[in-house]
Design a protein around this ligand. Structure first.
Ligand code: FAD
Length: 613
């Protein structure tokens, strides 16, 4: 007998796990189909979560009730807050993971989720009735029916791996590609392009000369990702640093005729911000060395990820390259580096709820939309899962805005501008950075998650308590008066006078830690202190940015109805009209952000909207 679900999620990578969890949490009966249950939440590339921009996404996923932050806290083996000395807007949490533990914890979290069925099966095709997708066909030879489908197939669609002169079908090394579904999605015009990404070889830690290398320990105390995690109690594992050198670069140059990137074997575009080592050596020819972080892949395995030397050169060249590097002179390769090409969708064919404009009820998330990275995938998966459930329940979709969160920035960038290279999150992509900080992701999103039904009672109580602490802390800082001579960085007994804690935080010559100690706030959570600091230091800027958000909303609130007659706006150039027809912007603000659309064109559309065209 055929089975029925509200939502079917295809793929249990970082997007699929969040999507399935979110849909089920919203009460939708959800089926998660994946090729292999043992690779749920598999980290295909580096063993780390977070970073600047990416860490913001993890905090936002967590604030909305998603899984990634909690699982990362449970599986982390080294935690660092990047940019700690820079402004709070660009501080980003990052942690090394025990990859096996991450998979286990993610699977456990899914298995504990009510309304969610997990199944190991490969989806061969989508079932279509009229202009709607109504289910999937699996390699079990069965059909499963649903109201909405979430596609999160990552690098698997018609995937081809490249290793030197060799190329072979793969979703990633050791996993089969998704061939038939790839063909089916191409037929439905859901996928239209190909992209490429690559990964470095994995090393046997027992053959590394650690004593020759620079150690990079974690933070003490470690700061967690999740707003639900209290203090993290763990023994942290160190990373180590080494560098390529002129010998390594010579070797790469001498073997470019064997590099798939340069022989024409790989046709598609790879991530600019995460280039292969052969790419770096060619593009930055004057650089004498490139940094490599040696990152442990787990607490109980001796496998090491050399971050910074992704490559698809032949294995013999990879080995020689590694042996040219300090500390790696005798290193053994456990798994070779390789590149992979796969099918992707043009995200401009999606609306800002990640729903296909052509196929209502079909949602796409993760690498399939042209992004790269676990965090980008998880954040999209969360939105797609929420919307899969809302669609099934015939409720309005969740469409996060650029002024609310990095998730909104990313989705707007994707659906408005599309991608011509794998998209990765950076803080510089957000125009309201001071408001969209990692420490206040909960203030921005937990009430929304609560309203959607994703946020647990425990999370809500913690959130309310933190907001109370922020208010109380603010009151303390405004009332307490501290002696200047006790808090200045350059202690000077002859200095006289007092200032409030709030005034002191605004000064550059003050020891901030002393201010916390003397005002009795030193024991508070890092997030609470960051919030108080931002409140004091950036008070004026924050007000200014809030005013900018108000102006931003003026165009964002002008909704362009589906079926808007672009030909009826006489003064638009042919080029702008074509661009708008292709992207089909949903608001005036989104139209404005389409590359090449001028302020005059936006004004013309605004006039047409006012006239009720
Ligand atoms: P994935 O994690 O790929 O998960 C896809 C899931 O879909 C898998 O569970 C798969 O089994 C399942 N699936 C596929 N087809 C079917 C089907 N027909 N039926 C059922 N299940 C199916 N990221 C970076 O940030 N930087 C990098 O440098 C980088 N390099 C990478 C190099 C390589 C070689 C690879 C493979 C990945 C790399 N990544 C990198 C990308 C990173 O792995 C992805 O961004 C991230 O995993 C995407 O998550 P996802 O959920 O979209 O897809």
């Amino acid at each position: 007998m055929a089975e029925w679900f509200d939502v079917i999620v295809i793929g249990a990578g970082h997007a699929g796990c969040e999507a399935a969890h979110a849909a089920a949490r919203l009460g939708a009966s959800t089926l998660l189909l994946t090729q292999n249950l043992d690779t749920i939440g598999q980290m295909s590339c580096n063993p780390a979560i977070g970073g600047v921009g990416k860490g913001h996404l993890v905090r936002e996923v967590d604030a909305l009730g998603g899984l990634m932050g909690r699982v990362a806290d449970a599986a982390g083996i080294q935690f660092r807050l990047l940019n700690r000395r820079k402004g709070p807007a660009v501080r980003g949490p990052r942690a090394q993971m025990d990859k096996q533990l991450y998979r286990r914890c993610m699977r456990q979290a899914l298995e504990e989720t009510p309304n969610l069925v997990l199944r190991q099966a490969e989806v061969r095709d989508l079932l279509v009735e009229g202009n709607a997708v109504c289910g999937v066909v699996t390699d079990w030879g069965e059909s499963c029916f649903c109201r909405s489908v979430v596609l999160t197939t990552g690098t698997f669609l018609r995937g081809v791996a490249h290793l030197g002169e060799r190329q072979f079908p793969a979703g990633r090394l050791g996993d089969a590609p998704s061939q038939l579904l790839g063909e089916g999605l191409a037929r439905l015009e859901l996928t239209t392009a190909r992209m490429k990404t690559g990964t470095p070889p994995r090393l046997d830690g027992r053959s590394i000369r650690w004593d020759l290398l620079e150690e990079q320990p974690g933070d003490d105390p470690p700061a967690p990702f999740s707003f639900l995690t209290g203090r993290l109690m763990l023994e942290q594992v160190s990373c180590y640093i080494t560098y390529t050198n002129s010998r390594s670069h010579e070797l790469i140059r001498a073997n470019l005729h064997r590099a798939p990137l340069y022989t024409g074997q790989i046709q598609s575009i790879g991530p600019r911000y995460c280039p292969s080592i052969e790419d770096k050596v060619v593009r930055f020819a004057d650089r004498e060395r490139h940094q490599i972080f040696l990152e442990p892949e787990g607490r109980h395995v001796r496998e090491v990820y050399p971050n910074g030397i992704s490559t698809s050169l032949p294995v013999d060249v990879q080995r020689e390259l590694l042996h040219s590097i300090r500390g790696l002179e005798s290193v053994r390769i456990l798994r070779p580096g390789y590149a992979i090409e796969y099918d992707m969708a043009d995200p401009r064919h999606l609306d800002n709820g990640l729903q296909s404009k052509k196929w209502p009820g079909v949602f796409l998330a993760g690498q399939i939309n042209g992004t790269t990275g676990y965090e980008e995938a998880a954040a999209q998966g969360l939105v797609a899962g929420i919307n899969g459930a809302l669609f099934a329940a015939e409720k309005p979709l969740f469409r996060p805005g650029r002024d609310q969160c990095y998730i909104g920035v990313m989705i707007d960038d994707l659906v408005t501008r599309g991608v011509d290279e794998p998209y990765r999150m950076f803080t510089s992509r957000a125009e309201f950075r001071l408001l969209l900080r990692a420490d206040n992701a909960d203030a921005r999103l937990t009430p929304i998650g609560r309203e959607l039904g994703l946020v647990s009672e425990e999370r809500w109580m913690r959130f309310v308590r933190k907001q109370e602490l922020l208010v109380k802390g603010g009151e303390v800082l405004h009332s307490v008066r501290l002696p200047l001579r006790e808090v200045l960085l350059e202690r000077d007994e002859s200095v006289v006078g007092y200032q409030t804690g709030w005034e002191l935080l605004r000064r550059q010559d003050v020891d901030v830690e002393r201010v916390w100690q003397l005002s009795g706030l030193a024991g508070e959570e890092e997030d609470v202190l960051a919030g108080l600091e931002v409140d004091a230091v950036y008070h004026g800027y924050r007000e200014k940015q809030q005013e900018e958000v108000r102006r931003f909303r003026e165009t964002e609130d002008w909704v362009i109805p589906e079926g808007f007659d672009w030909d009826g706006v006489g003064s638009l150039s042919v080029e702008i009209r074509q661009k708008c027809k292709r992207v089909r912007p949903q608001t005036l603000g989104q139209a404005y952000r389409i590359p090449g659309v001028t302020p005059a064109a936006v004004m013309a559309v605004w006039v047409a909207l006012k006239r009720g065209l």
